[in-house]
Design a protein around this ligand. Structure first.
Ligand code: PMP
Ligand code: GLN
Length: 374
């Protein structure tokens, strides 16, 4: 019954492992959602927005207040260059839908976020992946160059990178942009973890290096611990934004109006409230608890430079790999993590790796560590 291009993707690994975690009463360090709420001042802003009558459709490109708040933090033009979407997921979908022709090729780094190949397939395009190899998760410049063909239309980049935690350096981005320029490719840049950085790493958007070539995507989900709100945005020069808006108006028309108003308030006030600094230091603590715990348990962690995920090498346990390992971990230890096979085109590159999320309260992570080290 299902469309053939999508059938092979099955059910998302996040759905599968969250269900398994619930069934086995496991501590869920799998799907990346916080086990705490976003700030009450942002929730209050949403309640207030509803009471002030922000309850009907917003303008399709987004509420003016939120577009202006995004423009103020990114330097784009609110009127023509910012589009508010239903999360980064829809921003990516709208960018691919608005920019791809059937038969086009999309390049990305492997491992990749699982919606990328599905979105490419929905638009009749194919995704090809250039590997980032553990433990450094860097790419080979020549391998990247060789991956481009005359059908390559866009490069789907993610920095900071889920699931490896890599934060791409300016030099790497310059190399990537040079390849894209030679092959006349657009870069769609997924930056949902732009505020989640550790050890002094700095987020560089490729848009700051080659503005005309880049669609810069982000979202409120991770930054404000509000993954259920699904408010995101895509910033790009006018011709690219027009293509995205064409798709967005027929995908969802607009994102939820009162939540747009509340996220505008969040972006307007976050800096002066010291929100981003506190956010990063809380996550640094959570990361330390998880990394120490994984090391103590003999599951060699690879310290992430950004994001709230850590990959670990599970081969020390001799418990098998991939799904087999993740299932045993849930059933016998009571901790859920994500086997990263569905983030890979070449599943053998995922060998021995599993992804833990640390977007959880410290006591939750400590409880998981106690189970892992038992
Ligand atoms: N991109 C990446 C790399 C992600 O990890 C996620 C998961 N949150 C998304 C996009 C989706 O973001 P949103 O929840 O805003 O749709
Ligand atoms: N981005 C989240 C993760 O990587 C999951 C989002 C989702 O469930 N689609 O865990």
């Amino acid at each position: 019954m299902a469309r053939r291009a999508l059938e092979s993707f099955g059910t998302s690994v996040f759905t599968v492992y969250s269900q398994l975690a619930r069934r086995h009463d496991a501590i869920n360090l799998g799907q990346g959602f916080p086990d705490f709420d976003g700030p009450t001042w942002i929730q209050d802003a949403a309640r207030d927005a509803m009471r002030r009558g922000h309850n009907q459709y917003a303008p399709s490109p987004g509420a003016t207040r939120l577009r202006e708040a995004v423009a103020a933090t990114t330097g784009y033009d609110a009127e023509r260059e910012v589009t508010i979407t239903s999360g980064a997921t829809e921003a990516i979908a709208a960018a691919l839908c608005g920019l791809l022709e059937p038969g086009d090729e999309v390049l990305t780094f492997e491992p990749f976020y699982d919606s990328y190949p599905a979105c490419a397939a929905m638009n009749g395009a194919t995704l090809k992946a250039v590997p980032l190899r553990a433990p450094a998760f860097t790419f080979d410049r020549d391998e990247l160059e060789r991956a481009f063909t005359e059908r390559t239309r866009l490069f789907l980049l993610n920095t900071p990178h889920n699931p490896t935690g890599r934060v791409f350096r300016e030099k790497e981005l310059t190399d990537l942009l040079a390849c894209c320029a030679r092959h006349d490719c657009i870069v769609v840049s997924d930056e949902v973890y732009e505020h989640l950085l550790f050890d002094g790493h700095r987020h560089v958007s490729p848009a700051s290096l080659d503005r005309d070539r880049v669609v810069r995507i982000s979202s409120a989900a991770k930054t404000f611990s509000l993954t259920g709100w699904k408010v995101g945005w895509a910033c790009a020069p006018e011709p690219l934004s027009a293509a995205i808006r064409n798709a967005h108006q027929f995908l969802v028309f607009c994102a939820p109006a009162p939540l747009q108003d509340a996220i505008a308030c969040a972006l307007e006030q976050a800096e002066e409230r010291g929100y981003y600094d506190a956010f990063r230091s809380e996550y640094a603590e959570r990361r330390a608890v998880l990394l120490d715990g994984l090391a103590a348990a003999g599951l060699a962690p690879i310290a992430p430079e950004g994001t709230y995920f850590a990959m670990a090498d599970v081969r020390g346990w001799d418990w098998g790999d991939g799904d087999a390992f993740a299932q045993r971990l849930i059933e016998e230890v009571g901790v859920a993590a994500i086997p990263p096979g569905s983030f890979y085109e070449h599943e053998e590159h995922a060998a021995g790796l599993i992804r833990f999320a640390f977007c959880k309260q410290t006591p939750t992570i400590e409880a998981a560590v106690r189970r892992l080290t038992r």
